[in-house]
Design a binder for this molecule. Structure first.
Ligand code: SF4
Length: 71
């Protein structure tokens, strides 16, 4: 698979976070805002179980590149 077209989805049953690899500018805003959930060194890198849906939605909204969105 072409990594630049990679889209991944992560759900906690309530909200689904969509991550589009090609848009990610690796600013690490998400990591700084909510490090319990956004852990780029591990798999899966978004750990939905580690925060509330509200916290996750708020952090996704601060992604500067639009790589993260909520479905
Ligand atoms: S905040 Fe958005 S652009 Fe920055 S690392 Fe996270 S997903 Fe990538």
């Amino acid at each position: 698979m072409d990594k630049h077209n990679l889209t991944k989805e992560y759900s906690n049953g309530e909200v689904t976070v969509v991550w589009q690899a090609s848009k990610c500018s690796h600013s690490a805003n998400c990591v700084k805002n909510l490090s319990a959930v956004f852990q780029p060194q591990t798999q899966p890198w978004i750990k939905m179980e580690n925060a509330s849906s509200a916290e996750i939605v708020s952090t996704v909204g601060k992604c500067p590149s639009g790589a993260l969105s909520i479905k």
